[in-house]
Design a protein around this ligand. Structure first.
Ligand code: UDP
Length: 241
């Protein structure tokens, strides 16, 4: 079931349900892409119709952040739970292991995908990572050729938003992976070069605060969260006013 938040049709799913859906998408015949927008990205899509249409064209839209879940509650159409992209990616790796599928890692700075791959295989023994490339290429053609030559089932696209969303939309027909998913800075998290917040902070929905403390340069971007929530409240008042 879809729940629209400021025009973005989120899948109202638990993590387990999201994985079941991924299973179906992997079994289907059409290649597709999935997105994991947080409130910053939804806010950007409210101003960028092209980005909004890319998000609307995704096979699955997962709420990557407490801000999106809070907005869904303010709009009285609550989402079941936050499904963080990095957690979903980890579950997807377990699914690939179970099915004997292959993943290709695209994105982040040179050397990061290799470190992420080592950590992934340590956690999921037997995982087949069929290739990787950093996210700072000028020409997409040779990158796509390498991806296709390695025949992945799943492509992790970690180029940051909105670059990764446009990349997936632009190359949907050319890339032969069954499922592409935009995962922002997830390879940095897997590699351990950017640490995730402690579990208690994640539980209290304070992961954003931890990231702000670690990377104060994100403040400008993060100011989109209160602006986004304000826009949601104004929309709500319009609906009920
Ligand atoms: N990145 C990339 N190519 C680019 C720009 C960014 O591969 O041209 C990577 C960057 O190295 C980082 C990720 O994209 O690993 C973006 O991380 P960020 O934390 O900004 O993304 P978020 O998860 O917040 O969307």
């Amino acid at each position: 079931m879809k729940t629209e938040i400021m025009g973005v049709p989120f899948d109202n799913v638990t993590m387990d349900e999201a994985i079941s859906h991924a299973r179906e998408l992997l079994a289907g015949s059409e290649p597709c892409y999935c997105v994991t927008p947080n409130s910053e990205i939804v806010y950007e899509a409210m101003r960028n119709p092209e980005l909004l249409s890319v998000l609307r064209g995704a096979a699955m839209v997962l709420p990557d952040g407490a801000g999106v879940v809070l907005a869904s509650k303010l709009l009285k159409t609550p989402l079941k739970e936050k499904v963080a992209g990095v957690d979903f990616a980890d579950r997807l790796l377990a699914l690939l292991c179970e099915q004997g599928g292959k993943v290709y890692l695209l994105g982040s700075a040179p050397g990061i995908a290799e470190q992420a791959a080592a950590k992934m295989v340590e956690k999921h023994p037997g995982l087949q990572i069929c290739g990787m490339a950093d996210g700072y290429f000028k020409d997409a053609a040779p990158v796509i050729e390498a991806i296709n030559a390695s025949m992945p089932d799943v492509l992790f696209v970690c180029l940051g938003a909105p670059k990764q969303e446009f990349f997936m939309r632009d190359h949907l027909g050319e890339i032969h992976a069954k499922l592409m998913i935009g995962l922002g800075g997830s390879l940095d998290s897997f590699a351990g070069t950017v640490k995730r917040a402690p579990k208690w902070m994640i539980k209290l929905n304070l992961e954003w605060f931890y990231r702000l403390l670690k990377q104060p340069s994100r403040l400008g971007r993060m100011m989109r969260l209160p602006k986004f929530l304000l826009a949601v409240l104004l929309r709500k008042d319009q609906k009920h006013g």
